[in-house]
Write a protein that binds this ligand. Structure first.
Ligand SMILES: [Zn+2]
Length: 76
């Protein structure tokens, strides 16, 4: 479910900078626990690639897709 308030701003993809996990808010599951992510750890974008590039540039640990909402991009 997309959220239109900050820090989400209606974007589709959300990176948890603390874990490197990237979520697809259009396919979000309850297991993603988006509402529990510290707003200070959130980066959002309309593209998965942009979240990945940001995560690598910021040296986030293990950037990859969420096991629950992007299993095809989950690399463990
Ligand atoms: Zn997820």
């Amino acid at each position: 479910m997309r959220r239109f308030n900050p820090p989400y701003n209606g974007h589709r993809f959300l990176l948890n900078k603390n874990t490197g996990e990237i979520h697809d808010l259009d396919r979000e599951t309850a297991y993603c626990r988006i509402n529990d992510i510290n707003p200070g750890h959130i980066y959002t974008s309309d593209s998965y690639l942009s979240c990945l590039i940001y995560a690598k540039a910021e040296h986030c640990p293990n950037p990859n897709g969420c096991f629950y909402c992007q299993p095809e991009k989950d690399k463990g």
